[in-house]
Design a protein around this ligand. Structure first.
Ligand code: HEC
Length: 183
């Protein structure tokens, strides 16, 4: 009696002789194996090398503060630099001096001059700068260069010697940053 095929997928009339059923199952298994291989060799490494994975593994270092940059530059030229004094001086500068000298010690017409690239600042010792800052400079002073006055202590009589020293550290820091050499 001839065998009747019951299913187009599964020829059980002679599964062992022609191997049809066995081949189909193997094909399905092969697909899964290939899928796993493709995912494993292509997708997973691709994800691991993605910018996201890279940034998670190696987050970029936080940007350097100006005090850090100056500290490094100062060390490079063998100069002592007190970062804490610089930070204190900076905050004093931002309250007392900024209005006439900009946040970076620059000039504002009819108010204040550039104190970073100034030959007076570069040519003065810290002690001389201290004396200058306590006194200020009248418009009538022979040393005056702009015809505008610099008030004593920038107009803030509350500044103590220690504060003025921190302000000088700040100005020196700006000079190091700008590669201006000074006394
Ligand atoms: C009201 C405006 C004003 C303020 C506030 C002020 N300055 Fe000045 N500063 C001037 C002027 C104007 C000059 C330039 C004087 C001149 O023409 O010689 C000057 C000059 C200077 C100089 C000398 C620069 C040079 O080349 O002669 C230094 C250093 C300086 N100021 C530091 C400071 C500091 C530090 C502060 C804050 C504590 C400050 N100034 C606050 C107006 C100001």
């Amino acid at each position: 009696m001839p065998a009747v095929s019951q299913s187009p997928d599964y020829d059980n009339s002679s599964p062992d002789s022609d191997g049809t059923a066995v081949r189909r199952n193997t094909l399905r298994t092969d697909l899964w194996v290939w899928l796993v291989i493709v995912l494993g060799t292509v997708l997973v490494p691709a994800l691991m090398m993605s910018p996201w994975a890279y940034l998670t593994a190696y987050p970029p270092p936080p940007p350097k503060t100006d005090a850090q940059i100056i500290a490094e530059k100062a060390a490079g030229i063998g100069l002592e630099f007190d970062a804490q004094s610089y930070v204190r001086g900076k905050s004093l500068f931002m309250t007392t001096c900024i209005a006439c000298h900009t946040p970076k010690g620059g000039s504002i017409p009819n108010l204040g001059k550039d104190i970073v690239h100034s030959s007076f600042t570069a040519g003065s010792t810290d002690k001389e700068l201290m004396t200058f800052m306590k006194m200020g400079r009248n418009p009538g002073d022979p040393l005056n260069t702009t015809g505008v006055g610099m008030p004593p202590k920038g107009g803030n009589p509350a500044l103590m010697d220690k504060d003025l020293a921190d302000l000088i550290t700040f100005i020196r820091g700006l000079q190091v940053m700008e590669d201006v050499s000074f006394k």
